[in-house]
Ligand binder design. Structure first.
Ligand code: PEP
Length: 250
């Protein structure tokens, strides 16, 4: 049995004060024990959020990280230093980073390998554009993204990776994929993992759906066999909504 996992992706939202207020409020809520929960926040908030969430059941994640441990990379933050801070997750290859910051499959792969080495859970995002969905090339694209992401990841390490299937046309648009379409793609990703590794890895890896998930539709996705949770942007910004997502995922 795979533990459901709901992660918030705050993107470039919230001041430090707002972030701390959210965490302080979340700490007062009773969260379902059967669902793993985490908030991925801007770098500058992470130190406060990690200390503020000690002895809680939810984790804290970064939205990116660099694969080199240190060096002349102005403006970057290493996954090694995130691990040292006590961060639990790192989002890798989000479509906004691929699109606006030229993040390549090769960089995604290096970041996954570094996160695994440092014991931070990599949450690797894959997904197609509207054009790729409509011209039918989406399966080969997702297969290639998965194959490149998992290059040199050992069988033992692979089960620790979380995959987020996020069709770009569904992110922040309110146009969510149907639960059947989302499940078909999560199943396809699982089959790809099966062909890369074996059944036990394919059955162990958690695959999230992401793209306009909200409290009103989370249950539909969670009812699907191959969807193990969600990576959520907009609906993770309010405590009530985030808690409702966790409730809907249990
Ligand atoms: C995301 O940021 O990964 C995302 C899925 O955003 P939203 O839930 O707002 O569509």
């Amino acid at each position: 049995m795979r533990t459901p996992i709901i992660l918030g992706n705050w993107k470039m939202h919230k001041t430090l004060g707002e972030a701390v207020e959210f965490i302080d409020e979340l700490k007062t809520r009773e969260l379902p024990e059967s669902v793993e929960a985490g908030i991925c926040a801007p770098f500058i908030h992470l130190s406060d959020l990690v200390s503020g969430s000690k002895e809680t059941s939810f984790g804290i994640g970064a939205e990116n990280g660099h694969y080199e441990d240190s060096g002349a990379f102005t403006g970057e933050v290493s996954i090694a230093s995130l691990a040292d801070l006590g961060v639990n997750y790192v989002i890798i290859g989000h479509s906004e980073r691929r699109q606006y910051f030229a993040e390549t499959d090769e960089a995604v792969n290096k970041k996954i390998l570094k996160a695994l080495e440092k014991d931070v859970v990599p949450v690797v995002c894959v997904g197609e554009s509207l054009e790729e969905r409509e011209d039918g090339s989406y399966e080969s694209l997702i297969k290639s993204q998965i194959e490149k992401a998992f290059a040199n990841v050992t069988e033992e390490e692979a089960s620790r990776v979380v995959v987020a299937y996020e069709p770009i046309w569904a992110i922040g648009t309110g146009r969510s994929a149907t639960s059947k379409d989302a499940n078909d793609m999560c199943k396809f990703i699982r089959e790809t993992l099966h062909s890369l590794y074996n059944e036990s890895v394919a059955e162990a890896v958690r695959i999230q759906y992401g793209g306009s998930v909200k409290p009103e539709n989370i249950k539909e996705y969670m009812a699907e066999k191959d969807i193990d949770g969600a990576l959520v942007g907009g609906a993770s910004l309010e405590v009530d909504h985030f808690v409702a997502l966790l409730e809907g995922a249990k």
